[in-house]
Design a protein around this ligand. Sequence first.
Ligand SMILES: NC(=O)C1=CN([C@@H]2O[C@H](COP(=O)(O)OP(=O)(O)OC[C@H]3O[C@@H](n4cnc5c(N)ncnc54)[C@H](O)[C@@H]3O)[C@@H](O)[C@H]2O)C=CC1
Ligand SMILES: O=C(CO)COP(=O)(O)O
Length: 346
Amino acid sequence: MEPKTITVLGAGSWGTALGTVLHSNGHRTRLWMRSEQQAQEMIEQRTNQRYLPDVQLAREIEMMTDPERALWKTDAVVLAIPTQQVRVALQTVNPYLSPTMLIINVAKGIEKKSYCRISQIVEEEVKGASFAVLSGPSHAEEVARCMPTTLVAAARSKQIAEYTQDLFMNPYLRVYTNPDVVGVELAGALKNVIAFGAGIADGIGYGDNSRAALITRGIAEIARLGKQMGASLNTFAGLAGIGDLIVTCTSMHSRNRRAGILIGQGNSLEETLAAIGMVVEGVFTADAAYELALHHHVEMPITTAIHNLLHCHQPVEQVVRELMTRQRKHEMEEVAAGHMIEWLEK
Ligand SMILES: NC(=O)C1=CN([C@@H]2O[C@H](COP(=O)(O)OP(=O)(O)OC[C@H]3O[C@@H](n4cnc5c(N)ncnc54)[C@H](O)[C@@H]3O)[C@@H](O)[C@H]2O)C=CC1
Ligand SMILES: O=C(CO)COP(=O)(O)O
């Protein structure tokens, strides 16, 4: 691929790490951020001390706060901004976006109140924009250190998915394409809620059995909602689905898991968010996920439990007891739905 000009919106840990990837792939890379002070520090120190310390940033990566300069003749815009801020950020830069620019979202969440996925926010805010989503098991700390990582680039058009794949793919970052935008977006957003729950279990002092249960039953309920919303079930068995759920429920890099651990240890939500100091998407997406499940008449017991814990202030012990003592179930949905009569009758 010919070198492109790429603007990354948001200089947190993920935007910065992806900036290093794009630069090492030979693209002209610009990092746009709100804070003049952060931009000056990054220009002078060639590091991002607050969000991704100890990672050296190449001299050629440009840091800036002026949206007009950041978006001047750019080919693609990477949205690396926390979900709840994406709309306002798009409104800020909108006058400088052009219809030829591809918008690639890398944030993982669902907007509160509107229950919009990011592709829907982009559709509303930037009429006619081409869109792709890049997701999968990928902690910024490891990507920035060139550790082998796999991702999924999803777009409705094969050409856009492959273009996104080519922009990011290199010997340490293998990118697969996928046509299922809805599935990839939902998988990335909903896994954060489950990972927060897995962290709570760890914080309480529960063991590996509990974590495995949350991962397995977590992907089952994510896929159930996804299917109802038109996603492909295969997506949830792939990198953006079970792959990302595994890494987020098990890694100490995960902010969602670490936040859960602090809650499980008895800290308040306020104390927890302050201690993490970066975005904990699952806390904000829990609400939207709960409402989407109600709206689509889909059972999501773990997500509901997290929602109740966060918003109905139910004590953790009560939430766990309720989850474990729910009405007994079949594991397979087709059995539950009565589609395996033969087995039932034997
Ligand atoms: N950190 C990671 O390893 C990964 C993060 N993600 C996703 O990427 C998204 C961003 O996450 P991080 O970079 O980790 O978050 P972060 O908390 O490290 O940084 C967020 C950045 O966004 C900036 N920001 C917030 N509101 C803004 C606005 N209105 N305009 C401009 N900038 C704004 C903040 O100043 C900060 O620099 C999240 O949705 C996260 O789930 C996805 C994959 C990996
Ligand atoms: O999405 C991620 C890894 O794939 C990052 O997860 P956290 O936001 O929990 O750190």
